[in-house]
Design a protein around this ligand. Structure first.
Ligand SMILES: [Ca+2]
Length: 217
């Protein structure tokens, strides 16, 4: 067994809870002389349970080379929305990328393109974006329905529907200068994207499947 230090990427040192502010090194025990092939056990109690659950992918209590590389790649990756013109061949980074947008990017929710405007939901922040230029048109909080949003926005009949983890269904008017039409609170966790079929909206919560429709006249 040998002892070595890993130089942490700058972003990691600032984003990991429990680390000494500004710390950039982590002492490790190596199972082999070459770190590249080492099974690495961290002896500095600097990382919290979240770090282990996120990065010890095989749950064996060690961070091995593959897991460390995965961790580094994930931290180095850029979280942004990219518009890419179709077509082209080979590396089209310079020739086909039209724009990038970096603010309030969702973790799991897909963007919605509806009636010529692009919409995003992230933690209760709703954004409308010009799909031609990537310029934000309106970015604002969904007052009364903040929180986590894992599902994707859907649209029909000139309206947009988003559902929060807390169980709120927010109806917005589909417009670049969108506004909230109504908020319905089901008080049950929602992770699934609603489905719209034949004029009805189906919303699945942790406890039930709901169907919403106009009252028959
Ligand atoms: Ca492991």
């Amino acid at each position: 067994m040998g002892v070595a230090s890993i130089i942490l990427p700058t972003r990691a040192s600032t984003s990991l809870k429990g680390m000494t502010p500004g710390a950039t090194e982590l002492t490790v025990i190596c199972g082999a002389s070459a770190l590249d092939n080492a099974l690495v056990s961290m002896i500095t109690p600097a990382f919290d349970a979240q770090f282990w659950s996120d990065n010890d992918l095989d749950h064996n209590g060690y961070i091995d080379e593959r897991e460390w590389q995965f961790y580094q790649a994930r931290n180095a990756s850029e979280n942004c929305l990219v518009a890419i013109r179709g077509g082209g061949r080979g590396d089209v980074t310079k020739s086909r990328v039209l724009w990038r947008y970096r603010k309030a990017i969702p973790n799991t929710s897909s963007p919605l393109l509806y009636r010529g405007t692009l919409y995003l939901i992230r933690d209760g922040i709703f954004s409308s974006i010009d799909p031609e230029t990537g310029e934000p048109l309106k970015v604002a909080r969904l007052t009364g329905a903040l929180g986590n949003y894992w599902s994707s926005p859907v649209a029909a009949d000139g309206k947009i529907f988003v559902t929060s983890e807390e169980g709120k269904i927010v109806t917005l008017n589909a417009d670049p200068q969108w506004g909230i039409v109504s908020i319905t609170n089901l008080e049950e966790e929602i992770f699934a994207t609603p489905a719209i079929v034949d004029g009805r909206i189906y919303v699945r919560t942790r406890a039930a499947l709901y169907c919403f429709a106009r009252k028959p006249k």
